[in-house]
Design a protein around this ligand. Structure first.
Ligand SMILES: Nc1ncnc2c1ncn2[C@@H]1O[C@H](COP(=O)(O)OP(=O)(O)OP(=O)(O)O)[C@@H](O)[C@H]1O
Length: 610
């Protein structure tokens, strides 16, 4: 547990550590204020018990004489006011410190989740292809929250309470060593024994919570993601049942953890009451019933107990909470460490050269003069022996339209992912006007390419926001949106909608047809007027007439844009300047449509010519 906390501390930035130090100083001030407030009650009670002592010897009598107040009761009143002022000041200092502690804990929690989101968003395509988005979401929302509320906040609380109770205990020992040591020994050993008994259970429960939460998130993600199939195939009940079962487990483990965390409160209340009776009997026998001597000691101990006992309980609860949530930190530990390393690397080697420029898009765009060459590309997906691409070579001349065709699984989408720079070949290289892709400015490459994927993701936003995907609503250029929408034949649809471009599309575009979604995807690729367009099965959901219109619009760019089309329907690529026929991850033939249709049997079969 301490090792994990040390790692957590090492993840703090320099500024966060400085803040923690300032917080520590504030906690010391709070503890001193608390002690003063407890001690201030002693003299007041001493006078209440024996007001005659103001006329005798001692510090209180000296202060009484120096105050110029003639009536002892008036003096007692003003002493009460002073004690109250000390209590109020201590309470105000405590409120302020608690506020700073809460803000600090919450800020670190938010910072950790932002750091993770940033890290995941920067991960390469393969990382996302192999992982599960529901797990990443759970890490960022659930586990980070557990780390924030279940570890960081308790660490700060435990630290504050530990400091306050140790200082208070030390003061009590100085005030009256016998009673203080006896009380402290009873309470601390009881808490320690309880903690040692339950700590293993707490750790195991923490791990179970992480595991169960993963299952719950996955079930929700699968259920909502596949809601149509679940409804049609009548599988909804299976998701509901799985969720209910895991939720029951979650409730049971969570309930036990909370019980174990709160358990000692009742035991300690019993011990506290027993101790008060013991203290009264002890003081009665030592001071022979002299209230003037007994009252201040009893008041100081009662008030100290009133402060220390909840502090003990909070320390116990805090340590239990840390132990039961340390599993959440273990789950995100590797990613957090990696995020720290990658942010360190980013500073040393900026991924993208940033040239100051007024028009971000225009200034960060490449002009393709010769073309792109994929040269002898070999690529294996991780964990697969069979290569997805096996010596693939092809040329994409500048401002020409080329088609990639081939059976399902022949490697077309993988070839495009390599071209986009989403994945890196094991062998071979991509040359852009003769320059290897890794040496090309990534930012420029992204602005140069417009891409329409097989499955277009639409966010739960307006049509305009989906066309200008990822751009803040206030930064969207409406003229670009309109132009792109026109080129993708969306004009008619937009004109028919009461809110036009501002019409919401629903989650994942559920309120649109498959063809409308695809046209929004095409408009998205055209928003930045990219000079290279890559369309992966981009028109498969369009009806024949709309597809022809969209393809005509795309072919109209021939001569001014470089276009790569992937299609199963060969009619889609019939106008291409060159078609590459892929099989088993390599090009097996190439040529114009008529040439391939005449000489290649596979192509003929695909075109249903034989
Ligand atoms: N994420 C992945 N992990 C592992 N293997 C993959 C992954 N994506 C694709 N493959 C494999 O790589 C090979 C090429 O797939 P790819 O998607 O490039 O083919 P494709 O020609 O685009 O197919 P389709 O026309 O069906 O889209 C296939 O054998 C496929 O199973």
């Amino acid at each position: 547990m301490l090792g994990s906390l040390r790692i957590l501390y090492s993840l703090l930035t320099r500024e966060q550590r400085n803040k923690l130090l300032r917080l520590q100083i504030l906690i010391v001030i709070m503890s001193i204020a608390q002690i003063l407030s407890v001690l201030s009650i002693g003299p007041f009670m001493a006078i209440v018990g024996d007001i005659e002592r103001l006329k005798g010897q001692g510090v209180l009598a000296d202060i009484y004489h120096a105050s110029g107040i003639s009536n002892p009761l008036d003096f007692l009143f003003w002493l009460g006011v002073v004690v109250l002022a000390i209590l109020v000041s201590a309470a105000l200092i405590s409120i302020y410190t608690t506020w700073r502690m809460c803000m600090y804990g919450a800020k670190i929690g938010v910072d950790i989740s932002s750091r993770l989101f940033d890290y995941y968003m920067r991960q390469p395509w393969l990382f996302h292809v192999q992982g599960s988005s529901s797990t990443l979401t759970k890490h960022i929302s659930q586990e980070c929250q557990r780390v924030s509320l279940g570890i960081i906040k308790p660490v700060i609380d435990v630290n504050a309470k530990l400091l306050m109770s140790s200082m208070m205990a030390l003061t009590l020992v100085i005030y009256n060593p016998g009673v203080a040591l006896f009380g402290l020994l009873i309470f601390s050993s009881s808490y320690f024994l309880l903690y040692v008994t339950v700590r293993r259970k707490l750790t195991n429960n923490g791990r179970s919570i992480s595991r169960i939460q993963t299952l719950r998130y996955k079930t929700m993600s699968d259920g909502f993601g596949g809601i149509k199939d679940a409804l049609v195939l009548g599988r909804g009940h299976s998701f509901i049942e799985r969720f209910r079962q895991t939720s029951d487990d979650f409730a049971r483990v969570n309930g036990i953890t909370q019980l174990l965390t709160q358990l000692p409160r009742y035991a300690m209340e019993l011990i506290a009451f027993g101790s008060i009776i013991f203290l009264v009997l002890y003081l009665l026998s030592v001071h022979e019933g002299d209230l003037g001597k007994m009252l201040p000691i009893m008041s100081v101990y009662a008030l100290a107990g009133f402060k220390i006992l909840p502090a003990f309980q909070q320390i116990y609860q805090g340590v239990s909470s840390i132990r039961s949530n340390i599993a959440a930190f273990e789950v995100i530990h590797d990613d957090l460490m990696a995020s720290r390393e990658s942010s360190g690397n980013d500073q040393q080697q900026p991924e993208e050269t940033h040239v100051p420029c007024h028009d971000d898009v225009a200034c960060h765009r490449l002009t393709l003069n010769i073309g792109i060459r994929l040269s002898n590309i070999v690529f294996h997906y991780p964990g697969k022996d069979e290569p997805a691409l096996n010596g693939l070579s092809l040329d994409i001349p500048a401002n020409k339209v080329i088609g990639l065709v081939g059976a399902s699984g022949s490697g077309k989408s993988t070839a495009v992912d390599i071209l986009l720079g989403l994945i890196y070949p094991d062998n071979g290289q991509v040359l852009v006007d003769g320059v290897p892709l890794p040496e090309v400015d990534k930012r420029a490459w992204r602005y140069t390419i417009g891409y329409v994927s097989q499955s277009i993701f639409l966010s739960d936003a307006s049509i305009a926001e989906n066309i200008a995907f990822g751009i803040a609503p206030e930064a969207i250029d409406e003229s670009r949106v309109k132009k792109a929408a026109g080129l993708a034949y969306l004009d008619e649809l937009i004109a028919s909608l009461p809110q036009g471009l501002a019409t919401p599309v629903g989650e994942r575009g559920i309120q649109l047809s498959g063809g409308q979604r695809q046209r929004i995807g095409i408009a998205r690729a055209l928003y930045f007027d990219a000079s290279i367009l890559v369309l992966d099965e981009a028109t498969s959901a369009l009806d024949g007439i709309t597809e022809k219109q969209v393809m005509n619009a795309i072919h109209a760019f021939s001569g001014s844009k470089t276009i790569v089309l992937i299609a199963h329907r060969l009619a889609t690529v019939s106008q291409c300047d060159c078609i590459y026929l892929l099989s088993d991850g390599r090009v097996i033939d190439q040529g114009r449509y008529d040439e391939l249709a005449e000489r290649n049997d596979t192509f003929k079969r695909m075109a249903k010519l034989v």
